[in-house]
Design a protein around this ligand. Structure first.
Ligand SMILES: [Zn+2]
Ligand SMILES: [Zn+2]
Length: 358
């Protein structure tokens, strides 16, 4: 049901995919830049002390950092300056990151920790650009465009999760200087990991444990509890709800949850995608209205089960690193050294503020 993209190559061999609102655009423009092939030297090192993989990607130090006006690599190519996107206009475009954390192919996911030995950091990192308008945020896009974007996320998840060396596919958006965004032009990222990242692993274990103990889905149960309580609900629609988790960790944290028990983005049907397009725009409109501040610094991330997991219930987690109109949430000793979050705004108050911002 996911429409296929138009596939082209950039000058250095990286793949670029166009997802159009209406099919039939030619995408004939050729990337004329004299680009060298991307050489990367990502490596994975297993951390036996705290568990998990450390990813070393030294080449990323050279990535484009806050380019001056007129030199945005995500804008369309119009005139002399050739950007990452050869076309003069586009709807949604996806391309391989020139400065990836993971690149190349392996035979299978890195499931076995190898102590003291570096492993090549294979996998794939993609950039998703949902508009050719430099200043447009998600809330500025039409529902139809956000719908095309959702189709792109679903298609990329489906294709990448079928690779034999990929263990998990993530789709996320960083927004705002305070989150460390190096490019102002709205974009999302897709990481196809060669291992299961720690929070995904912990979530998958919680899902399995809850299923063993109760025979039910943890996310279905949590959604029911939240909607029954009511005081943490931001918005409730036919197919989706936005709720603040009972034990939220981040300022203005919400979960965007499909009511149907669907495993991942590719499993969403057309009516669910249509409604999600409205819910997604509405969420970012609320964030921007909170402090009357466009682009409240936020992170929005889809949680999908590791490849090969049969059970699962998709949801997105979105939150801010700003806890008040003029105060940032810093990850200091408690969070950074011990992984222990302390929240300043109660979840029930967060829901109240986000409801009022609608
Ligand atoms: Zn731009
Ligand atoms: Zn469920």
């Amino acid at each position: 049901m996911t429409p296929g993209p138009v596939r082209r190559r950039l000058a250095d061999g990286r793949e670029i995919l166009y997802f159009d609102d209406e099919p039939g655009r030619p995408h004939d423009a050729v990337d004329s830049r004299p680009l060298d092939r991307v050489t990367t030297d990502s490596e994975l090192r297993w951390d036996p002390m705290f568990g998990g993989w450390a990813v070393l990607a030294g080449h990323r130090q050279a990535r484009t950092y806050r380019p001056p006006a007129g030199r945005c690599p995500l804008c369309p190519t119009r005139g002399e300056y050739a950007t990452e996107i050869p076309d003069a206009s586009y709807d949604v475009v996806v391309f391989e990151n020139r400065f990836p954390s993971f690149t190349g192919a392996g035979e299978r996911p890195c499931t076995q920790p190898v102590e003291g030995l570096a492993v090549p950091g294979y996998g794939r990192c993609e950039v998703v650009v949902p508009t050719d308008v430099h200043k447009a945020g998600i809330a500025d896009l039409s529902p139809g465009r956000v719908r095309t974007l959702i189709d792109a996320w679903a298609q990329r998840t489906d294709e990448l999760s079928h690779r034999p060396d990929i263990a998990a596919v993530s789709v996320f958006e960083n927004r705002g200087d305070a989150v460390g965004v190096t490019l102002e032009h709205t974009h999302q990222q897709i990481y196809a990991f060669p291992f299961v990242p720690p929070i995904t692993a912990r979530f998958a274990a919680s899902m399995a444990d809850h299923r063993d103990r109760t025979g039910r889905c943890l996310v279905c149960d949590q959604l029911t509890h939240s909607l029954d309580a009511g005081d943490r609900t931001v918005s409730r629609r036919t197919k989706w709800s936005v709720v603040v988790p009972f034990a939220a960790r981040w300022p203005f944290e919400v979960n965007v949850v499909p009511h149907r028990h669907v495993r991942g983005l590719p499993d969403l049907d057309a009516p669910e995608r249509d409604e999600l397009a409205e819910v997604w725009r509405d969420l970012f409109r609320r964030y921007d209205a909170l402090f009357d501040q466009p682009r409240l610094p936020t992170i929005a991330a889809w949680h999908q089960m590791p490849s090969g997991t049969v059970d699962g219930h998709l949801f997105a987690q979105a939150f801010s690193v700003q806890r008040d109109a003029d105060k940032l949430k810093y990850l200091a000793g408690s969070e950074s050294a011990y992984g222990q979050w302390v929240l300043d705004v109660p979840p029930e108050r967060t829901a109240e503020l986000l409801r009022a911002a609608g």
